[in-house]
Design a protein around this ligand. Sequence first.
Ligand code: ADP
Ligand code: ADP
Ligand code: MG
Length: 699
Amino acid sequence: MFKKILIANRGEIACRVAATARRMAVKTVAVYSDADANAKHVGFCDESVHIGGSAPKDSYLRWERIIEAAKATGAQAIHPGYGFLSENEEFAQACASAGLVFIGPPASAIKAMGLKAESKQLMEKAGVPLVPGYHGADQDPVLLRHEADRIGYPVLIKASAGGGGKGMRAVDKSEDFDAALASCKREAINSFGDDAVLIEKYVQRPRHIEIQVFGDTHGNYVYLFERDCSVQRRHQKVLEEAPAPGMTPEMRQQMGLAAVAAARAVHYVGAGTVEFIVEQREGGAPSAAPGRPKQASAPSGGSEDASAPSAGAHMSFFFMEMNTRLQVEHPVTEAITGLDLVEWQLRVASGEKLPLAQEQLRINGHAIEARICAENPENNFLPATGTLHVYQKPNCTSFERANLSNTGVAVRIDDGVREGDAISPFYDSMVAKLIVHGQTREEALARLDEALAQTHIVGLNTNVQFLRYVVRSPSFARANLDTALIQREEAVLFKQEPLGLALAAASAIAQALLAEKAAEGVDPFSRRDGWQTHGVTRRPFEFEFQGKSAKASLSYQHDGALHLDVDGVSGPLVFAQGAQGIDIRFSGQRLTAAVYTQGEVDHVFAARGATQITAIDLLAHAGEAHAEGGRLTAPMPGKVVSFAVKAGDKVSKGQPLAVMEAMKMEHTIAAPADGVVQELLYAPGDQVSEGSELLKIAV
Ligand code: ADP
Ligand code: ADP
Ligand code: MG
């Protein structure tokens, strides 16, 4: 085993790898950028080396610098984590040339699987079922359109070098093909420096089911079962679970063997994931698709819910791609197998045989991972940045403390941040991964909902409450899974309000009164803004809630009780500080709320949901007005990609004006109203900070 390894990554995966290394008495070296000088992963490793500026190209992608750091610190091997250099064959090769072990597959395997089109050609030869499509070298646009016409619409255009949901366009009809191809190629050249594309039939209502594989340097291969990652937004995973609901033992074995065949075909070593797209057909019409299990059978006892789709019977699977690295969602596999995949990676990389053979691997229970991201689900999942002013985790085993036997860990959090840390625009928007395990899917689901409810983040927008809606949606609850789940369940996922004005206002008022009492040690009604009327003391409040303003009035009765009126809902208000938050009773309802005040905004977290309410300070706001007409500002820090208009252009409401890129995504900025463009204030390629004015429009 290695004595010391360097971890060429940051954030949660760097911490995750370091935790296992520590348990195995392997010393670790962290690398860090300017922005990460005080990051969690730096303190978490035994040593650290500064490798450059904040932008990934100036630090985490500078592989010469990283290899130098490994040499200088005496590390014997480099773990690349995921992202960054993990699938960079040149880097793998450079490690080998420098006498360092790359903890991953041989460079040749990365290369073979690196381009989606080439890997498909290889898989075709290995007999792995493929999605009907075109993956040839000829990139003539006319030929590509003919191929799309031949495949039949809808089709998906994919950048061959693409990844992370980028560089993909769905096309519904032939007329739209050319425009989609052009935009796909533009994104591909910008993001991956290579605009080759492939075309695939767009599988309807597909499930994304992937197989974890492992190989060693002695020619042994196993599969560690499947993960269902069908719940996605923008072709990116949101929730992942194992095993896949409705999976039959026969289909699992077929997929497992296909995945092993894929790995074997490229002489794979270490941890890899073979991603399949799974077509489900209503009613189980027979299919001649090559991926169809030969003996279709009824769903096994593996499925808890009788209404779950009988997956195995009506599913065909097709190879999509192989990810030649450890995957973000590997913890769900760890949870159901009781294994530590990073330990396996280290063992295999140091030349040991795979610790277990196929027959020794078992599935225990059910696990689900939720990716907690800094983003705004209500605004098309726009990534968010900010500081984690509050970062309260549920009762869980963090990886650092788990000592990693993994068995019996019901709730696990993997993260790379601490309270007070910032989510910067330089890197991924993932804050943490929450992984739960239960004996059944139902148990895991209930645990996930509870753990999400206990996750309190203040300081930036996150998808935590959104994830709770997804978990509770009928489709997810009944395991009616496919990649369109989020769109299908729109009605219960967006524009929801879990608490309502009355309870939100009661929580904010209770919090304010408790805070005043704690701070001033005085009775709240001795404040100068309390009014005396008819012997009853009254105090007015004004709130902003869900974009509307609301008034509330609190009165102090002769008997000492509080009476609250919020927009017509009135009744006694009773509250007391408890261990889990403030216990509140108002208008026939009970609530335990954890309330965090940030400026004027109260963030309220309760079992039934989280919300925000703004308490307007009546004295401070007299005479203030808000006017922002005609200004178009960057919704987030990032880079200006292009402007679709120039000065003097007439624009209509909703028309795209500019494209920005930030946090691995492109965002289109649209005109808020009809008007005339007056001036562009930046040029393509410029870096802008959040709130910078991009262009001026006269409306
Ligand atoms: P997976 O394929 O395992 O589901 P994703 O594709 O969603 O994972 O995320 C992996 C990709 O996201 C990487 O290819 C990388 O571009 C990026 N990424 C995510 N998190 C990080 C991180 N902490 N550091 C570097 N890259 C990251
Ligand atoms: P990435 O490199 O971003 O992981 P993938 O090729 O693995 O890209 O595809 C990501 C997601 O896009 C899949 O999980 C699936 O939801 C969707 N997808 C990919 N190929 C198809 C297809 N042929 N038909 C329908 N959806 C697809
Ligand atoms: Mg993929």
